[in-house]
Design a protein around this ligand. Structure first.
Ligand SMILES: *Cc1c(COP(=O)(O)O)cnc(C)c1O
Length: 370
């Protein structure tokens, strides 16, 4: 075999696949581990979603509805937009891919922040585009530097708001000023995966920005069922955008990109207001408890508008991560993101939060950080 691998593909570092929890437990000889590393919902999946999926199992011999008719209609109603403005994805990640496929040609550039969500840059690389990466300033998107960077060949700007991994958010007026400064041909993609967890007073009504007034660039809002709705394993997300943007994305997607169980599960989850509100409540409560506990142990925690936050552990984060792993508590070291002394954790159940704090205390001592 003599493969000719395109340069763009050869240059890509594969996404490090995490091991299954069962494998980690076997390797480390532990059991009952808890995972606070992927910002998942500690309450499990929405029960209404589980019920709807069970009922739909008997139809698995059929192809899904390729238009996602019912889910699109529910989303449009829920967010006050037209069905023509909604695109469904196999996770919101797939919509990032559609945007890059549809709008970026080889040599075009895309602006992202660092640290931020890593998938944006990956899809740009695959397409042969050029990534312009702008460092966060004071843990927030540096909108002034990004606007300065934007040029003729810039097609997309990705901003996760709130940002992963810092949990910072963009103030409304700063975002509007930024949009006014940009050339009209650019699309600004606001990845709002964590918007559900924000203080209501800080949320921006992004649906009013999708079809811009003349002179202003367009905006796409990405949302997911993976976090507040507890359906990360189902892979379903959506994008809200101007109808002419959506029309382009429909051209590059597969006809059945969202599977049948995901369509019914997400639709049921969207109606599950009890589960959704309960998620927000335990997240808010848990975040307060965790942050106070972390500070009591002498570590600094960073304010966050999401279900996760950063902790400065006062020493090498990966060493602490490994010590915690040996005790069955899985967190994320931020060393690879450029924060060598920080870990990121998401809020768990009350029991998981208590276990995290106990384990942190013992591991800080073990590592000699406390
Ligand atoms: C978790 C997360 C998502 C969700 O991706 P899905 O493909 O919908 O699971 C999107 N963006 C960011 C920044 C995230 O952290």
């Amino acid at each position: 075999m003599k493969l000719s691998i395109p340069d763009a593909i050869a240059a890509i570092t594969p996404y490090p696949p995490g091991k299954p929890i069962e494998e980690l437990e076997r390797e480390y000889g532990i059991s009952n581990s808890i995972k606070l590393a992927s910002n998942e919902n500690p309450l499990g999946p929405s029960p209404l979603a589980v019920g709807a999926i069970s009922k739909a199992l008997k139809n698995l011999h059929r192809y899904p509805d390729g238009s996602g008719h019912y889910l699109v209609r529910s989303i449009a109603e829920h967010y006050g937009v037209e069905p023509e403005q909604v695109i469904l994805g196999n996770g919101s990640n797939e919509i990032i891919e559609f945007l890059v496929k549809a709008f970026v040609e080889p040599g075009d550039d895309v602006i992202t922040s660092h640290p931020s969500f890593l998938m944006y840059q990956k899809f740009v690389q695959i397409r042969g585009g050029v990534n312009h990466v702008v460092a966060l300033s004071d843990m927030s998107h540096d909108l002034a530097a990004i606007a300065d960077r934007a040029g003729e060949r810039t097609k997309l700007i990705f901003l996760d708001n709130p940002n992963n991994p810092t949990g910072s958010y963009l103030p409304r007026l700063r975002l509007l000023d930024f949009l006014d400064r940009l050339p009209e041909h650019i699309l600004v993609v606001l990845d709002e995966a964590y918007v559900d967890f924000m203080d209501e007073t800080l949320r921006i009504d992004t649906t009013s920005l999708l079809t811009p007034r003349s002179g202003r660039c367009g905006v796409v809002s990405l949302r997911t069922f993976s976090k507040a709705y507890g359906l990360a394993g189902l892979r379903v997300g959506f994008g809200l955008m101007a109808p002419e943007v959506a029309a382009c994305l429909h051209k590059v997607r597969q006809p059945f990109n969202v599977n049948q169980l995901a369509l019914v599960g997400a639709n049921a989850a969207l109606q599950d207001q009890f589960f959704y509100q309960e998620t927000l409540r335990i997240t808010e409560e848990g975040k307060k408890t965790l942050m106070a506990g972390v500070e009591r142990l002498g570590c600094r925690s960073f304010p966050s508008q999401t279900n996760f936050f950063l902790i400065d552990v006062g020493g090498d984060a990966t060493t602490l991560y490994e010590a915690m792993l040996r005790q069955g508590v899985i967190v994320r070291s931020m060393k690879a993101y450029g924060y060598p002394n920080y870990i990121r954790i998401n809020v768990g159940t009350a029991a998981e939060n208590a276990r995290f704090l106990e384990t942190l205390q013992s591991c800080l001592a073990e590592c000699g950080y406390a």
